[in-house]
Design a protein around this ligand. Structure first.
Ligand code: ARG
Ligand code: ZN
Length: 466
């Protein structure tokens, strides 16, 4: 999606220079030129993502210098056209693009807000696989989200905290920046010796030469762009393999090791507990990055390796771990359904407390339900945040979890956990919507749950009966 929709239409309508028009005519003799849609069609973030193609793989080669804060990158995208394409967009904010090729031929490009508009020399027919290479560089920085929080490439005193939800991926690589498009990733990241660059998936090794170290990472299972990271810092690294064969890689800022160690020790048991509840852990790698970036103010469930801005408490570890099933493996189709991520991860915290000698989920629910009608908790229903500004607001998390608790009470524990497992397995490495979840819950339980979901997900204000 880009702001210059009129301009883009202009290409087809012939308001572009003669040479370009001639080129398009040659590539598209029928004159039915089609550029990929401006956005993925998400009303909360209309500029996010793009239409007309799917990216199956990103190969990102980056070099970052924490001192000068300069980033150089080469992104190679393996894509497939889902329609005939005379042009398409990538999302990229800031940075300078020095070249774009499509299948090794130089392509024309221009910048338009967060859009990198690419015009390949010849049109791509529908279904055709193609390869895009973008070389770029500059000083990356974060984006400010509608709620005022920062995401993307966030410089720290010893590197960068790189977290992309919902929009920040485009601050450090050209992306089809919407969770609707999931891809595998390779990362090759070079940083000054003494620094560590941590990305998603399996650690493939590192090499030091000429005062620089290059780290290689591979995320094989499909991943939404917002879950990618390339966090850089001075970290203490720990690696081991769990009983279940998961490859764990933890990177911890030395300023956080004392506080983080006792919590990180619990990661294998938390993942085992969640696997019993939700079904097999969806990835082959696991771990954590604990940075010292207190101005960030949140953690992120970066795929296979959540990212914390300081030593997490156990609840936060449980929360980000639960997102590996709910949010990462099962991705959103649209940001409006964000309760499918945050309500579920929050409810996982409640379940963990309940089963580990803490407060029961019912008590959590009751304490929240006791809040007065004017409380922010009741500002909007969990399934309808209204805009991108509210996707991380209290009702998404707390009322989302309350919705699951009400579902559990209505259908009973056996059916409830069958529903959670069926959701995770049926949509593994894929996507889901609220409507698909409510339909699944009804099918598995055999109950009429329309009233319950209508009340908790879609009715404004505090529900009159719990
Ligand atoms: N998904 C994260 C969580 O675990 C929150 C991310 C917040 N991002 C932001 N830009 N404020 O709850
Ligand atoms: Zn969360």
């Amino acid at each position: 999606a880009r702001r210059g929709a009129v301009l883009r239409r202009g290409i087809v309508a012939g308001t572009v220079p003669i040479a370009v028009t001639a080129l398009l005519a040659a590539a598209d003799p029928a004159g039915a030129g089609t550029t990929g849609a401006a956005g993925a069609g998400d009303p909360y973030f209309p500029l996010a993502g793009n239409g007309g193609y799917h990216v199956s793989h990103y190969d990102l080669t980056l070099r970052y210098d924490p001192g000068s804060r300069h980033l150089d990158g080469t992104a190679v995208l393996a894509a497939r056209a889902t329609q005939r394409l005379t042009g398409f967009d990538l999302d990229l904010k800031g940075l300078k693009v020095t070249g774009v090729t499509v299948d090794h031929a130089k392509a024309a490009f221009r910048r338009d807000g967060q859009e990198l508009v690419v015009t390949p020399r010849t049109a791509l027919r529908a279904g055709r696989p193609f390869r895009v290479t973008v070389t770029y560089g500059g000083t990356p920085g974060p984006v400010t989200d509608p709620d005022g929080s920062l995401d993307g490439w966030i410089p720290t005193d010893d590197g960068a905290f790189v977290a992309g939800e919902p929009q920040g991926a485009m601050t450090w690589f050209p992306a089809n920046n919407h969770p609707r498009d999931k891809s595998s990733y390779d990362f090759t990241i070079t940083v000054p010796r003494g620094h560590t660059a941590v990305a998603n998936g399996l650690y493939l090794g590192s090499r030091t030469a000429h005062g620089r170290t290059t780290f290689r990472w591979r995320q094989r299972e499909p991943m939404a762009a917002y879950l990618a990271t390339a966090t850089v810092g001075k970290f203490k690294v720990e690696q081991y393999t769990t009983r279940d064969g998961l490859k764990v890689y933890n990177a911890v800022d030395p300023r956080e090791t004392n506080a983080a160690a006792p919590v990180l020790k619990k990661l294998p048991s938390v993942l085992e507990w969640e696997s019993r509840l939700f079904g097999p852990y969806p990835f082959r790698a696991a771990g954590a990055v604990v940075d010292h970036a207190r101005d960030v103010g949140y953690a992120l469930e970066t795929q296979s390796r959540p990212l914390y801005d300081s030593a997490p408490d156990l609840g936060t570890l449980v929360h980000e771990s639960a997102h590996q099933w709910f949010g990462d493996s099962v991705s959103l189709t649209r940001w409006k359904d964000i309760w499918l991520n945050e309500g579920f991860a929050t409810y996982a915290e409640w379940l963990y407390a309940e089963q580990h000698g803490g407060q029961s989920a019912q008590k959590e629910f009751d304490a929240l339900y006791a809040r007065p009608a004017g409380d922010e908790l009741w500002a909007f229903p969990a399934g309808d945040p209204g805009s991108g500004r509210n996707i991380f607001a209290t009702p998404v998390y707390a009322r989302g979890a309350m919705t699951l608790h009400e579902l559990r009470r209505a259908v009973g524990d056996p059916a409830f956990f069958r529903i959670l497992r069926a959701w995770a397995s049926g949509h593994r490495d894929g996507h889901g919507t609220t409507a698909q979840f409510t339909a699944l819950a009804k099918r598995i339980s055999g109950r009429d749950l329309d009233g319950l979901f209508h009340t908790w997900l879609f009715t404004k204000g505090k529900p009159s009966t719990p």
